[in-house]
Write a protein that binds this ligand. Structure first.
Ligand SMILES: Cc1cc2nc3c(=O)[nH]c(=O)nc-3n(C[C@H](O)[C@H](O)[C@H](O)COP(=O)(O)OP(=O)(O)OC[C@H]3O[C@@H](n4cnc5c(N)ncnc54)[C@H](O)[C@@H]3O)c2cc1C
Length: 458
């Protein structure tokens, strides 16, 4: 949109131009270095292409998707149940780009290549900068795959759709779709961290499928084609795949009660649901639900680090852009010594968050092949998730201050970044839970302590 500086009353000067159409990969030396250092340099061309999108058209989609949040259509106009969520086209554009470039699956599509999880972490890092909310279904779809592999007949059916490069928002049974996404349902009203309190029940049927009755208090991205859901069965807490449609093509009995009215994360729908005898298939072994889903949680925790590091990066990009164009007291802000210190501190912390994230992404990709990396991934994911996610709101507020009053106004991305920032520290295990997990690893899995200190020695 062309803008003019000339008003009848004054001329606009000393206001920066809106940052638009930059390549988020080519302008990020720390990212390029981290990807090369951790062995995923082969993905460069892919990342250049995606970086042009994430610093370009996806920025505008991010604003639109947040200004027009999802709406629940629980019923049609004649009172029949619909259980659909309607999204603005901008959200679908973000999802289309995210799936095309593999925020949800790039590592799995390139499993035979070195450091595929580092490459995918870079994709996720770029994609989370223009808008963070749609990262939720992207992350859960990425993370569901190791859990699904516990049950080969389920993996065989779902993996080709989860590995697709096509986003298909149509409300149809998965067999008819070009690509699928997947979510997770663990948290209930009476307990989120303490999942043993889950009361949702799963009853085995004659055909070995399960009927699920109960609820979930948080159930994000309810338009995903299936969710991995924890429920109590005869042998204890177990993990079930609950698709949106039953095998006969009718809608599964997953009733969306309402959408959460959230502090931030507005582009993403988070819901409360009830299962009214929903169809489910067992994933993994009955009674081992937490062990099955914990593999998914390990990857979503990595994604909390990636998402928060990306929000830090976007905040510092905006702060540098602004302070490089705005003058006060005779100098560009960025040339004022104390502002330079602030920006340097922000850059240092943002790059450190990225370096740690990428190192852990490499370890995560080597869990099966290298015991040191497996032990490091086990303990460092909890440490990194705790620290980076906790630091993000503080860092974003400092970056916001660099923009002065403009940093508090919604036409700018900063208020949205600030609202989003606390989410990753709560989701997938809040601070204390991560600390307890680190203690558990140190006390019960001595190899994690050895791996951590060996790494720190370097
Ligand atoms: C926007 C959003 C989307 C979400 N989407 C999903 C989703 O899709 N699927 C899903 O399953 N969940 C989802 N969640 C839920 C989220 O994962 C939980 O809120 C989180 O795990 C914490 O659980 P809780 O809310 O029950 O809090 P609680 O478990 O009650 O914890 C409250 C506090 O107590 C602390 N605490 C817990 N145990 C201990 C202890 N032993 N000692 C000391 N302190 C402790 C915790 O660290 C936390 O700070 C979502 C949450 C949000 C905000």
């Amino acid at each position: 949109m062309a803008a003019t500086n000339q008003f009848n009353t004054h001329e606009v000067n000393n206001q920066p131009f809106t940052l638009a159409n930059y390549n988020a990969w080519l302008t990020d030396i720390a990212l390029m270095e981290a990807v090369a250092r951790e062995g995923a340099g082969w993905a460069k061309d892919h990342l250049i292409e995606f970086g042009a999108r994430t610093g370009g058209d996806m920025m505008a989609s991010g604003f639109l998707a947040n200004e027009n949040p999802p709406k629940l259509r629980a019923f049609d106009s004649y009172g029949r149940r619909l259980d659909e969520v309607e999204f603005h086209p901008a959200y679908h554009e973000l999802m289309t780009a995210g799936v095309r470039y593999g925020m949800n699956n790039f590592a799995w599509r390139n499993e035979n290549r070195e450091s595929a999880h580092v490459a995918r972490a870079a994709v996720m890092y770029l994609g989370s900068q223009p808008e963070a909310g749609f990262g939720c279904p992207m992350s859960m779809s990425y993370a569901a795959i190791p859990a699904l592999r516990h049950t080969p007949q389920i993996a065989e059916k779902w993996l080709p759709k989860l590995l697709s490069q096509q986003y298909d928002p149509r409300s149809l049974p998965m067999e008819q779709k070009l690509g699928c996404t997947m979510g997770m349902g663990m948290t209930e009203k009476q307990g989120g961290s303490d999942l043993r309190r889950n009361t949702t029940r799963a009853t085995r049927q004659e055909d070995c499928t399960y009927e699920i009755i109960g609820h979930k208090w948080f159930f994000s991205a309810p338009m995903c084609d299936a969710h991995l859901v924890l429920a109590q069965s005869e042998n204890g807490l177990s993990c079930f795949l609950v698709p949106r449609f039953r095998p006969d093509g009718t809608k599964n009995a997953v009733r969306i009660q309402r959408l959460k009215d959230k502090l931030g994360d507005w582009a993403n729908a988070s819901s409360e649901v009830e299962f009214h005898g929903a169809f489910g298939e067992l994933v993994g072994v009955e009674g081992r639900g937490i062990a099955t889903i914990i593999e998914m949680v390990a990857l979503t925790r990595l994604d909390c680090m990636i998402g928060s590091a990306a929000q830090m990066r976007q905040a510092i990009v905006q702060a540098i852009h602004h302070t490089s164009q705005r003058e006060a007291f005779g100098k560009l802000l960025i040339d004022q010594p104390i502002m330079r210190n602030v920006i340097a501190d922000l850059a240092l912390e943002s790059e450190a968050a990225l370096a740690l994230t990428m190192r852990i992404a490499r370890a995560v990709g080597m869990i099966e092949s290298d015991p040191h990396e497996a032990a490091l991934a086990r303990i460092a994911t909890a440490i990194g998730k705790y620290w980076i996610c906790k630091r993000t709101p503080v860092l974003i507020n400092e970056a916001q201050e660099c923009l002065g009053g403009n940093g508090y106004v919604e036409e700018n991305i900063m208020p949205r970044l600030y609202r989003q920032a606390p989410l990753n520290s709560i989701w997938e295990g809040s601070g204390n839970v991560q600390c307890l997990d680190v203690l558990r690893a140190l006390n019960k899995e001595p190899e994690t302590r050895d791996a951590l200190f060996a790494e720190l020695q370097k």
